[in-house]
Design a protein around this ligand. Structure first.
Ligand code: NAP
Length: 494
């Protein structure tokens, strides 16, 4: 009999898992989604200018080609539309339980007891107004909760004293018109770089509070002309060849830069040229020049960010923020008076799977097992947590290629595990396999640029890189495509 599968999250990961189960004829799955719509991060991040700096044809499932992309780099509404299209085409929407949050999952020795919270069926609309907990039994749990799903607010004194309107970039307040406002943006990562040009056009005054500059390279965006779109629709194999070309190009040029290889210096030179081309003022250039190697933090890929910073109504503020006061942001140099603050301060990235409580074999807490930092074999499986699989788990994030590619590799691996656990009962990754994996990761990590003297969301406070994959993605595909059986064992009798 097919195993029953609980999938947590209806973003790129959870949907991919559901679709592949559906395509394999396995109908015994449920997708739990805490929001009232699908799309995960592409539903949550609706800030002006939100989009992806990985090209559309690669930032999509390999099995679902899409001739409707209107531009080379997709914007958020189009990505969300693509995911809606996939959910409908593969008929997985009927299996998604929206507004249902997974709170706990406990392995009872043979199956998972999954406890969810949802609004009562009597029509109450808010999760906060009262939720009903319900526990159901599944053979398998697959988590697809992403690494960038929980917004992180900074810890700045006086935040509650601010008298204006404030919000996080991933929870954009679309009711708050920024026209003519005095706005502070705290943070200058990929999200801020995308919305700052839009906000700068509306606001009367915009202060960009930059703690650390980022390396920025151009985004060669363009709309696809009707003829190109027609060709994508009609010419057999064109989408596949184009996708493969983008993938190979990123792998051959960007990956070696992150591994401090032949293209590292080229990347630095490209970014410096982009800065000089777009920012004529030497003083501003100096402010925007990072002191760490490119790629140590996520490189920003954007062509509109620097020009926005040169506008007369925009100031890049590098003074240290001391506190927030009712009328604005106080720095070591004085108060910048604003009526709106946007926190573009990123996400809680190293607490994988939080706030869910996961209890594995013998009552082991995942949180405790991961006290030194999250880790998983292939980023997918964790010793002592049988029949539990992670999508976009530890050490599977990329700074140079498509996460959707990685998710597909993970789903393939999980699909290959299902027949064995269905036939012989729960399986878990062997501890010695995990230990060897850890050693291999640590060795590969040494040549990567992420430990190169910067603080980033890729690492824990203690400096361990728990988020990024330190190899070529071609290797990841090869490793996840191997028959998984030797890496797993039936659970030992306790
Ligand atoms: P982020 O890269 O983590 O950037 C957070 C920013 O907030 C940084 O500039 C950080 O400064 C600043 N910050 C944090 N706490 C602060 C404090 N207390 N005071 C002052 N500044 C503070 O977050 P993000 O921009 O939301 O992007 C997160 C990730 O999402 C990206 O790296 C990328 O992987 C993904 N993303 C991708 C795309 C895409 O096009 N594919 C678009 C958007 C986002 P420091 O640098 O000094 O820490």
């Amino acid at each position: 009999m097919a195993p029953s599968v609980a999938i947590v999250g209806a973003g790129f990961g959870g949907l991919c898992m559901a679709i592949q189960l559906e395509r394999a004829g396995v109908r015994s799955y449920t997708v739990f989604e805490k929001a009232d719509g699908l799309g995960g991060t592409w539903r949550d991040n609706s800030y002006p200018g939100a989009g992806c700096d990985i090209p559309s044809h690669l930032y999509s499932y390999s099995f679902e080609k899409y001739a409707s992309w209107t531009r080379r780099y997709p914007e958020q509404p189009e990505i969300l539309g693509y995911l809606e299209h996939c959910a409908d085409k593969y008929d997985v929407r009927r299996k998604i339980r929206f507004r249902t949050e997974v709170r706990r999952a406990v392995f009872d020795g043979s199956q998972w007891q999954v406890t969810t919270a949802a609004p009562p069926a009597d029509g109450a609309t808010s999760m906060e107004k009262g939720t009903e907990e319900r526990t159901e039994t599944f053979d398998v749990v697959v988590t697809g909760v992403g690494q960038l799903s929980r917004p992180r607010l900074p810890d700045i004194p006086g935040m509650s004293d601010f008298a204006g309107v404030s919000f996080h970039s991933a929870r954009w307040n679309h009711d708050h018109d920024l026209t003519g406002r005095h706005v502070a943006v705290i943070g200058n990562g990929s999200s801020a770089a995308q919305f700052i040009p839009r906000v700068a056009e509306q606001a009367e005054r915009l202060y960009v509070f930059q703690r650390t500059p980022n390396w920025v390279i151009p985004k060669p965006d363009a709309t696809f002309q009707p003829l190109t779109r027609l060709a994508f629709r009609l010419v057999p194999g064109l989408q596949r060849v184009y996708r493969e070309w983008i993938y190979r190009y990123a792998e051959a040029t960007l990956y070696p830069a992150l591994a401090q290889g032949w293209s590292a210096d080229l990347l630095r030179k490209r970014a410096l040229r982009h800065l000089r081309d777009q920012v004529p003022d030497p003083e501003l250039q100096a402010k925007l020049t990072p002191a760490y190697p490119p790629g140590c933090k996520r490189v920003v890929i954007d062509s509109a960010f620097y020009p926005a910073l040169t506008r007369l109504n925009v100031d890049v503020v590098t003074d240290k923020i001391v506190r927030l006061v009712p009328q604005g942001v106080e720095t070591t140099e004085g108060v910048r008076e604003v009526d709106t603050i946007v926190y573009a301060t990123g996400f809680m990235t190293t607490d994988f799977l939080a706030p869910m409580e996961i209890t594995g074999r013998g009552g082991r807490s995942l949180r405790e097992q991961w006290a030194g930092g999250a880790e998983a074999y292939l980023g997918i499986s964790v010793p002592n947590f049988p029949n539990m699989f992670l999508l976009y788990g530890p050490n599977t994030n990329l700074g140079h290629n498509s996460i959707v590619f990685m998710i597909e590799c993970q789903v393939n691996h999980i699909m290959a595990c299902l027949p064995r656990l269905a036939a012989h009962g729960p399986i878990e990754v062997r501890p010695e396999v995990m230990a060897a994996w850890r050693g291999r990761l640590d060795a590969a990590m040494e040549r990567m640029v992420w430990g190169g003297g910067c603080q980033s969301w890729y690492m824990t406070a203690e400096g361990r890189v728990t988020n990024n994959w330190p190899g070529p993605t071609t290797l990841y595909r090869k490793l996840t495509a191997k028959p998984p059986h030797n890496a797993y064992r039936p659970i030992p009798a306790s």
